[in-house]
Design a protein around this ligand. Structure first.
Ligand code: SAH
Length: 363
């Protein structure tokens, strides 16, 4: 008997333009397609003469068991998930069912997981570029995960300033989770933090709403929505949600010739925020940052990397001595970043705000 095969397919957000070639091929070459009703409908046009096993929403376990059973009979079985099958999809469950049966990759049925575009990616692309920096995904569904665990993760992600993509934010039965999530997030982020709500990305009823953390609950959020919460640097420009990667720390994007020449750009002097800039005592640095001690260490700064406005304000306050590339700083990161980031000063901070920040740093 032929050894069967399980093809675990992520078909992306929903439009065939965003379905990978391998996913298309896998569905085509399979003899059986196993999936949730709605998902089978989405890929219907790709089906030829495959046997279809379709079940309802809470039937994932029986779906996975059936897929394994059919593969063990020697069939090629495609198990379909929206987005990526490894992100709150069927991949993990199929493996768990196999493992329960004592499956071994060399001797048991063959398994291929075919990656797809997950909602965090498809939704982000419709909003602008909100996931440009460190981000995480949190599912608000507490059907399988204790709420306490979810709340802890929201808090950790919020406090560490991650961009957060919330999957399964709300359903007919689960309406409180998103309210509680907003409450936790507001302890760490300002109500003005940009938030993107994308419903049915790349599907017929696609809807994109740009809102804020404070206001997001006044908009429709449902089972088909992904909520993307910006980090502390995310901003909105012409209806687009953008999270900077940090280029403005080092470059002036409006200038063609950069102050820092290519050979200088990776030097430690040009990256005073880097781990190497703190020598061997990096572990200590992190700890001290956390408890916000008034640390009098000095950081070397390349004069060229200082924002013009920042430099003059800091000079006026006696915080920078001209020609000497050292800035004393007490409460590092925020004021420090303003001082060394040409673009930040150019774009967001007014001279008045800079004066205020310099005064705070002085204290
Ligand atoms: N495996 C999927 C996630 C399944 S969990 C993936 O990788 O994308 C179901 C949740 O995914 C939904 O509640 C919603 O938050 C999100 N989601 C899936 N497809 C989406 C789409 N086309 N548009 C917006 N959100 C989507």
């Amino acid at each position: 008997m032929n050894k069967g095969k399980l093809l675990i397919v992520g078909f992306g957000p929903g439009h065939f333009d965003h379905l990978t070639e391998r996913a298309r091929e896998a569905i085509r070459e399979s003899e059986v397609v196993v999936g949730y009703n709605t998902y089978v409908d989405i890929i219907r046009d790709l089906l030829t003469d495959q046997e279809i096993v379709r079940t309802g929403m809470t039937e994932e376990v029986s779906r996975a068991q059936e897929a394994v059973r059919q593969a063990e009979q020697g069939k090629k079985v495609a198990v379909i998930s929206s987005g990526d099958a490894g992100v709150y999809g069927m991949a993990g469950l199929v493996y768990e069912v196999l493992i329960e049966k004592g499956w071994h990759p060399d001797t048991g049925v063959e398994v291929e997981v075919i990656p797809g575009i997950s909602a965090i990616n498809s939704c982000a692309s419709l909003l602008g570029s909100p996931v440009m920096h460190d981000a995480c995904m949190i599912s608000l569904s507490d059907h399988l995960t204790p709420w306490e665990t979810i709340a802890k993760r929201i808090e950790a992600a919020a406090s560490a300033d991650f961009v957060i993509a919330l999957y399964n934010p709300k359903s007919g039965r689960r309406v409180r989770q998103i309210v509680e999530t907003q409450r936790i997030l507001l302890q760490y982020r300002s109500p003005g933090t940009p938030v993107g709500l994308v419903k049915s990305a790349y599907r017929e009823r696609q809807q994109i709403v740009l809102t804020t953390l404070g206001d997001m609950l006044n908009h429709e959020i449902g089972m088909l929505t992904t909520v993307i919460i910006g980090n502390s640097t995310t901003f909105v420009y012409e209806g687009l949600m953008i999270t900077p990667r940090g280029y403005q720390r080092k470059y002036t994007l409006s200038k063609e010739i950069q102050d820092l020449k290519p050979h200088q750009r990776l030097q430690v002097e040009a990256e005073p925020w880097s781990l190497n800039a703190f020598g061997e005592s990096s572990g200590k640095f992190v700890k001290e940052q956390n408890i916000a001690t008034a640390d009098k260490r000095k950081a070397s700064v390349h004069p060229a990397s200082l924002a013009h406005e920042a430099l003059s304000v800091l000079q006026a306050k006696g915080l920078v001595e001209t020609g000497i590339t050292t800035i004393p700083f007490t409460k590092p990161v925020s004021i420090f970043e303003v001082a060394v980031s040409p673009g930040v000063a150019n774009k967001i901070i007014t001279p008045e705000q800079l004066v205020l920040l310099a005064e705070i740093a002085g204290d």
